[in-house]
Write a protein that binds this ligand. Structure first.
Ligand SMILES: *Cc1c(COP(=O)(O)O)cnc(C)c1O
Ligand SMILES: [Zn+2]
Length: 456
């Protein structure tokens, strides 16, 4: 069976199609975003159970490249890439963690955290970047004139691009907002040999420059406006369902910045519904930082209008975006999945993240945003205590150790430190240690949530 995919304009009234190996990011006729479309008729020649079995059979297998949770679903993702051109780090298959203790504390028995940050470069961006860089390698092998791949980034896209390009031997260029990403995120592209350029602006400013830069056909754009990335990222929905033995959760909560990932989540569920792998829709919740909340503001007005905002400084730096590229795609997905958008303040995201860490996680501030929103919606009755809820954790906490250090040492502005755990310096003798233990062992168990904070 041969499967096909192509770029298609997302505006149904236009619907223009372009071959998948075209260097193109927006529709030439109407300037809308594009999406990758698949020959659903060909895919539908097999039924849902057939696909489930195929995907399960490839799970962690050693036959290249199908052990990757992205390429294990190659027919649904990007069948145009030859196996020999796949650039893969065996992405996906990240743990779906049953947050039993955190769930008990907040009164949600069936709470799960999808740890997408447990990945090669420490964020979910690997899922999409493997598809994009593989397609670039394919195009180069077909004689296209691409000489480099570029992106604007809040830190994680650049880390993923740098690593995958380094593995493939393709030059990469990253445009970063100077001083606005974590130290770990800055050193990642530097280490991988990327041309690392720090611009005195914010993410939206870097995005504007990279869009101009990539008008030159020899520099390929790697931002999520390039819908190849969405194809890889949509596998997160398939993985979640697969990890629940093909059952669909009631609610999925995901942090949103440029809004590619929430659209990808919707697209994955949509495809499983269409091809008969599942028969139910989850509710999708998009969680935004209150200081960078253009989708939330639009949601309050029923998505009737959209105004970009100037993003304020937030601890959730990877979603500090005021003019999200994938706004229209995200709204379409939220409309189909009974969507909710909620926001979290700095105080809320920092404390939610710290509380979750006290139950064994080591989560990033964006996961903190999603957790804080989960707490709030539970309090508001929009999530029920009996719901099966999945929170998408987008990056590994180790990339954000400064945020955690500042929290536990009480160095953050505008944050109450409900769960700060300060290290103590004491004398180097048994008595001092015993005295410290006597003081602290009693309070250790008492991790609780103060609901008054979550009722706003
Ligand atoms: C990129 C990113 C997000 C936001 O994803 P979008 O597709 O831009 O909405 C959230 N969290 C982390 C850690 C990220 O790197
Ligand atoms: Zn169009």
């Amino acid at each position: 069976m041969s499967y096909k995919c192509w770029f298609q304009c997302i505006d149904p009234e236009c619907g223009e199609k372009y071959p998948i190996s075209t260097v193109i990011y927006r529709c030439k006729k109407c300037d809308s975003l594009l999406e990758v479309s698949h020959d659903m008729g060909a895919l539908a020649e097999h039924d849902g159970p057939w696909w489930r079995e195929l995907f399960s059979g490839r799970y962690k297998s050693s036959s290249w490249p199908y052990g990757s949770a992205v390429w294990g679903k190659k027919e649904w993702i990007c069948p145009a890439v030859d196996d020999k051109n796949v650039v893969s780090m065996y992405e996906g298959d990240s743990n779906l963690f049953w947050a039993e203790r955190l769930g008990k504390i907040i009164g949600l028995e069936d709470l799960w955290i999808k740890l997408c940050g447990n990945s090669h470069t420490g964020s979910f961006k690997d899922l999409g970047m493997t598809v994009l860089v593989s397609m670039v390698k394919q195009m180069i092998s077909e004689g296209s004139g691409i000489r480099a791949v570029a992106c604007a980034s809040t830190g994680d896209t650049s880390a993923a691009l740098a690593s995958y390009c380094a593995a493939a031997g393709i030059p990469s260029v990253v445009l970063l907002p100077a001083g606005k990403i974590s130290a770990a995120q800055l050193i990642q592209p530097i280490s991988n040999g990327s041309i690392t350029l720090c611009l005195d602006t914010d993410f939206d400013g870097c995005m504007a420059v990279v869009k101009e830069l990539t008008k030159e056909n020899w520099i390929y754009l790697a931002n999520s406006m390039n819908s190849l990335r969405i194809e890889g990222q949509k596998t997160v929905s398939i993985e979640i369902v697969q990890q629940f033995d093909w059952n669909v959760p009631d609610v999925v909560v995901i942090p949103g910045g440029n809004l590619g990932n929430v659209s990808a989540l919707g697209k994955g569920f949509e495809m499983m519904l269409e091809l008969g792998l599942i028969s139910k829709r989850p509710r999708i919740v998009c969680a935004q930082a209150a200081r960078a909340n253009p989708l939330y503001l639009s949601y309050l007005k029923g998505f009737e209008e959209f105004k970009p905002v100037e993003a304020g400084k937030t601890l959730a730096s990877a979603i500090q975006i005021g003019n999200p590229v994938s706004f229209n795609k995200a709204v379409a997905a939220l409309r189909r999945f009974n969507g909710i958008v909620e926001q979290a303040t700095e105080d809320e995201l920092a404390n939610a993240s710290a509380l979750a860490d006290l139950t064994g996680l080591y989560n990033c501030p964006h996961t903190g945003v999603a957790l804080a929103v989960t707490f709030k919606l539970l309090r508001q009755g929009k999530i029920r205590p009996s719901d099966k809820v999945v929170v998408i954790s987008t990056a590994h906490g180790l990339k954000f150790s400064q945020f955690k250090t500042d929290y536990h040492l009480r160095r953050l502005e505008g944050v109450t430190f409900d769960y700060a755990n300060q290290p103590e310096e004491i004398g180097a003798d048994l008595d001092s240690v015993k005295r410290a233990l006597d003081r602290r062992i009693g309070e250790w168990q008492s991790v609780e949530i103060d609901w008054s904070k979550w009722e706003r």
